[in-house]
Ligand binder design. Structure first.
Ligand code: PAF
Length: 286
């Protein structure tokens, strides 16, 4: 597996692959890989002969006081995991190359895709994500890129950017990968204390309760959201940041579910913020 560091290398790699008739898949990550990331690599491998994993802890998507400095990092372990999974290249650019002092451009998606959920709680976050993903697409020139359903709002934003800017990349969203007790895999799970970790599966249980109500015929958002919230209340260490029902396409709030909806939740355990979601009807991915 190649390890690419300079901004010129991934484009050269992709063009050489395509000259041989090989499709290139991209899996953008911030590293500290877990089984969720590895499932994205496997999905990319199913769709492209060559797979590039990017590993870049993107400073522009972290707000003041967030965990940029303590975000977990282990390059050697990540390199070994990518290689074992059959990735062809790992691209790990430096922040000073991605964002030289002269860098002044932000890709900003406006409207309901970014006004609610994490967009409301983390101002500037999705402009940071959209900017870095656009740069990674330009640098790596993939045919297909794979993202996780756990970051459902991110996936919706990236699909919008790709369509609006006519980027020639197919966006694939892969299902959430969970621990045995239901906790969605996340690099941030390592921050949890044993007590917090024991209570964290409450997110999934709250979404399951909502899905059961939906299957039973309930269509009023307020009723479903309240039921899900009250489940979170059973975990004393959990503090709800938001629990919202939105239209699965526009991410605008919905009062009565008439089409596919997304129930999304963010919960603090101490300083650690976890997110999770389910589609209603629960048919997998965005
Ligand atoms: O989902 C992530 O890990 C990041 O937001 C991404 C897409 C790699 C952009 O930095």
């Amino acid at each position: 597996m190649l390890v690419l560091r300079s901004l010129e290398e991934p484009r050269r790699f992709a063009r050489a692959c395509r000259a041989r008739g090989e499709r290139v898949g991209l899996v953008p990550t911030m590293g500290y890989l877990h089984e969720g990331h590895l499932s994205l690599i496997r999905e990319a491998k199913r769709r492209a002969r060559r797979v590039v994993v990017t590993l870049f802890v993107n400073p522009t998507q972290f707000g003041a006081g967030e965990d940029l400095d303590r975000y977990p990092r282990d390059l050697e372990r990540d390199r070994a995991l990518c290689e074992a999974e059959g990735a062809d290249a790992l691209f790990t650019p430096e922040a000073r190359d991605m964002y030289p002092p002269s860098h002044a451009t932000r890709v900003n998606v406006s409207g309901t895709l970014t006004s609610g959920l994490c967009g409301a709680k983390r101002p500037g976050h999705f402009a940071g994500v959209a900017t870095v993903v656009t740069k990674l697409f330009n640098l790596c020139e993939p045919d297909v890129a794979v993202f996780g359903q756990k970051d459902a709002q991110q996936a919706a934003v990236i699909k919008r950017v790709t369509a609006d800017l006519d980027l020639p990349v197919e966006i694939v969203v892969a299902p959430i990968v969970r621990e045995r007790d239901g906790l969605a895999m996340s690099s941030r799970n390592v921050y949890l204390s044993p007590e917090e970790r024991a209570q964290a599966p409450v997110l999934k249980r709250s979404l399951d309760a909502a899905a059961a109500l939906y299957r039973g015929g309930e269509r009023r958002s307020r009723v479903i959201v309240e039921a899900a919230r009250s489940h979170i209340g059973s975990a004393p260490l959990a503090k709800v940041d938001y629990m919202e029902m939105v239209d699965a396409g526009s991410l605008a709030p919905v009062d009565v579910l008439e089409g596919p909806a997304l129930l999304a939740v963010a919960v603090y355990f101490g300083k650690t913020r976890l997110i999770d979601n389910t589609l209603l009807p629960d048919d997998g991915v965005m």
